[in-house]
Design a protein around this ligand. Structure first.
Ligand SMILES: NC(=O)c1ccc[n+]([C@@H]2O[C@H](COP(=O)([O-])OP(=O)(O)OC[C@H]3O[C@@H](n4cnc5c(N)ncnc54)[C@H](OP(=O)(O)O)[C@@H]3O)[C@@H](O)[C@H]2O)c1
Length: 278
């Protein structure tokens, strides 16, 4: 264990990075992770994940665009950073090559970078749609594509994708965003099935409303009284715990899964309720 000073963290948070005693051969020996690549590490959920990983002794490559914010997280975690626009084609190769150079084998890839968009779909510009797809869909897909072969070669690795409840339910006023996050459901499911039994796990995190700069950045604040936004640190903790356990998915807060079950079992009733409660 490194002697570096640990960032302050929520009480109990470190237990999510504890060694798991699982049946040999079922869960690959990459937990707690020694090395990680974290996209979206400059803010919100990705930032909290990076802090938690560092507190557990993991060395990370922090990915984002905001150099000053990355510097701050890198200083707190003694991590490495790369400032890159993930919407740019080829950026995933720069990240993968820097990770290999600085970290060697990567135990964990966290894809948290993302952006939102709110407003009527018929008013949305094609450029804004393309930007959303580039960051929320193409970037995690191409980054996983760049890093997966090394994980498969080693027979070890964890992939954690941050989706959204909007991808499971489809939220009015967030049509393009919902579509990008729905794409991550299919991506994670198919990838998990394809790599099953080869030492690589794929976990999809499905958060509800999280208290981060996400809403401010998209230019439309969160105004509903319910559900109340939950802390980003809680999401980071739950999603890393689920990843450590090799779970297929994790819903934060957990009751979201119930809402999706109603949606699946009784779609017309769900649509009526959604029409009433928004
Ligand atoms: N907040 C919520 O209520 C909520 C709910 C469900 C799901 N999510 C998902 O959770 C993930 C994290 O969001 P958050 O709430 O933590 O939001 P956030 O605080 O706004 O963080 C977004 C992160 O994505 C990075 N990013 C955005 N565009 C990028 C680009 N073109 N290139 C590189 N990095 C880029 C940002 O980096 P820079 O600032 O350095 O560019 C930032 O680190 C997203 O995938 C989001 O869709 C959020």
């Amino acid at each position: 264990m490194s002697t570096r000073s640990r960032p302050a963290f929520r009480e109990g948070g470190l237990t999510v990075l504890a060694n798991r005693t699982t049946r040999p051969g079922v869960v690959p020996a990459t937990w707690p992770p020694r090395t990680a690549v974290v996209t979206g590490a400059s803010s919100g959920i990705g930032r909290e994940a990076a802090l938690l990983l560092a507190a557990g002794g993991c060395s990370s490559l922090l990915v984002g665009r905001n150099g000053a914010a990355l510097d701050e997280v890198a200083a707190a975690t003694e991590g490495h950073r790369i400032a890159v626009d993930l919407a740019e084609p080829g950026s995933e190769l720069a990240v993968a090559s820097r990770a290999s150079e600085l970290l060697g084998d990567v135990d964990l890839l966290v894809c948290s970078a993302g952006l939102g968009a709110a407003g009527p779909y018929d008013m949305m510009s094609p450029d804004a749609i393309a930007q959303l797809v580039a960051v929320n869909v193409l970037s995690p897909m191409t980054l996983v594509r760049a890093m997966l072969p090394a994980m498969l070669d080693r027979g070890q690795g964890r992939i954690l994708i941050v989706g959204s409840i909007a991808g499971a339910l489809g939220v009015r006023g967030e049509v393009a965003y919902s579509a990008t996050k729905a794409a991550m459901v299919g991506f994670a499911d198919a990838l998990r099935a394809e790599v099953a039994g080869r030492g690589v796990t794929v976990t999809l995190c499905v958060p509800g409303v999280v208290d981060t700069p996400f809403f401010h950045r998209r230019g439309a604040p969160y105004v509903r009284r319910w559900p109340r936004p939950i802390p980003a640190a809680l999401v980071a903790e739950r999603m890393l715990e689920a990843t450590g356990r090799g779970r297929a998915d994790v819903w934060v807060p957990g009751w979201l899964r119930g809402a999706v079950r109603v949606h699946g079992a009784a779609p017309s009733m769900y649509r009526k309720l959604a029409g009433v409660f928004g």
